[in-house]
Design a protein around this ligand. Structure first.
Ligand code: ADP
Ligand code: SR1
Ligand code: MG
Ligand code: MG
Ligand code: MG
Length: 422
């Protein structure tokens, strides 16, 4: 059931809504300019409705959560997701404002966020990648966003009382249950919502349902996702949650934000770059064989991991005094063998994070091919045989990452194996 007094906005009523809020209306050009306002509903995700309202002096983005999901109206979903998104966007903006849209208003009654409009040439990264584009600064921007938000919300930076308050603030149980279902459970049995390119991938989908190693590995990851409260995750960190130009990167759509394992966000991002890489062959045309884009995508996976881990460790070295986890008494320069102890802790932390990120990444690659939520990277390949050939390679690679992440040793090895496949 929806919130008492809730009503769904539409392209007309969203204007009245904003006109009734003078601070917001002023950004468009005052309420009196309302007859000139233009509205478009631009939602292209699986879940919500998004209106862009443009007036003579500016534009706003209005995101509304209905009590169900956009792609399946019989699938009920808490509207509280908007509160988590607003709180998470604000929290992320404290640590990395240049990569997060500003929230102007959160309205619990209408389950609405009004936020900074990211104008063209900003587009959804997944769309740009499907068009064959290259974003030279993407890995650097993502590394910064992930290192800043994940380090600063963790026990490495926070005292444990503050950390516990934040963990409690971001429970987001219903959205986590959705993730648990669609990423870690559904792909491994004949879930009614699943689909795949058929008949080309029938054997692969069936094999996953009988794949003991994959089921065990996916369920161990589900446990890690549910039981770890390491840092505030974005929670839906994929190329459809990023709006980009050649020089800027914004992380939007934080409705899945929750305290969880850092490897989930990092792995999801690496996996989505790999998915784009595997799809690129299917999108190649006479004018663009995608060789350059594929090389850049693999280099971006390397750069993302390398830059993220370097920045995270730099923050740890510079700012761990505030955090209650690695206490200065044990790990500080003055402690007995302090430097050495810190180095050992950092090496162990990063090795575990890398392996877990690969495993989460593998699960994410699999779910985009045989689960409910498919991606335009593959869906835009109209010829089913051609699409299936790309999906099959990605699926096999995803399974390798999922069941044997420790075999990869380092990120260069990951991309070398991916490169060898094509
Ligand atoms: P969902 O939760 O349904 O996936 P998103 O938050 O991803 O919704 O938004 C859906 C689409 O709306 C995005 O893919 C993007 O095209 C557009 N959009 C979202 N936020 C903004 C923004 N701040 N500025 C411009 N466009 C936006
Ligand atoms: C049923 S919703 C499936 C997916 O859409 C969202 O963007 C998340 O990625 C979720 O897993
Ligand atoms: Mg989205
Ligand atoms: Mg969303
Ligand atoms: Mg994903």
């Amino acid at each position: 059931s929806s919130i008492p007094g809730f009503r769904a906005l539409d392209v007309d009523s969203v204007k009245d809504y904003l006109a009734g809020k003078p601070d917001l209306a002023d950004r468009l050009g005052r309420s009196s300019s309302k007859p000139e306002w233009k509205v478009k509903e631009v939602g292209d995700g699986n879940i919500n409705y998004v209106y862009i309202v443009e007036g003579p002096s500016g534009a706003l983005c209005v995101k509304q959560a209905l009590p169900y999901i956009r792609i399946a109206h019989d699938w009920k979903l808490t509207q509280d997701r908007v509160r988590f998104e607003a709180d998470a966007l604000r929290e992320e903006a404290r640590y990395c404002p240049e990569h997060v849209p500003e929230v102007y208003l959160y309205d619990p009654q209408l389950a609405v966020i009004v936020m900074q409009y990211l104008p063209p040439p900003h587009i959804i990264l997944r769309v740009g990648l499907t068009q064959g584009k290259i974003y030279p600064r993407l890995a650097e921007h993502l590394a910064k966003f992930l290192a800043q938000t994940l380090f600063r919300t963790s026990l490495l930076a926070l005292d444990s009382a503050t950390w516990r308050e934040k963990v409690a603030m971001f429970r987001n149980g219903d959205m986590c249950r959705l993730t648990e279902q669609v990423i870690f459970t559904d792909p491994y049995y004949a879930a009614p919502v699943n689909r795949h390119t058929s008949p080309q991938l029938d054997a692969e989908a069936l094999a996953l349902r009988e794949d003991v190693e994959a089921k065990v590995a996916a369920t161990q990851l589900k446990a890690k996702f549910c039981e770890t409260a390491q840092a505030l995750l974005h929670g839906d960190m994929h190329t459809g949650s990023l709006m980009v130009t050649s020089t800027s990167t914004f992380a939007i759509d934080a409705e899945f934000a929750v305290y969880g394992p850092i490897a989930f966000d990092v792995g999801k991002m690496m996996a989505n770059l790999l998915l784009a890489y595997y799809a690129a062959d299917g999108q190649a045309s006479e004018g663009d064989d995608r060789t350059e884009q594929k090389r850049w995508l693999l280099q971006s996976v390397v750069d993302l991991w390398t830059k993220f881990s370097a920045q995270f460790l730099a923050l740890w070295d510079a700012e761990s005094q505030g955090g209650d986890l690695y206490r200065a008494e044990l790990f500080g320069a003055d402690a007995t063998a302090g430097q050495q102890t810190r180095q050992a802790a950092q090496d162990s932390f990063m090795a575990d994070l890398f392996t877990d990120a690969l495993a989460f990444g593998g699960a994410v690659m699999i779910r985009r091919i045989v689960g409910i939520a498919h991606i335009i990277d593959f869906e835009s390949i109209k010829d089913a045989d051609r699409r299936a050939a790309c999906e099959k390679r990605a699926l096999h690679f995803g399974r390798e990452l999922l069941v044997e992440p420790q075999a990869f040793h380092n990120v260069e090895r990951v991309v070398r194996l991916a490169a060898d496949q094509l």
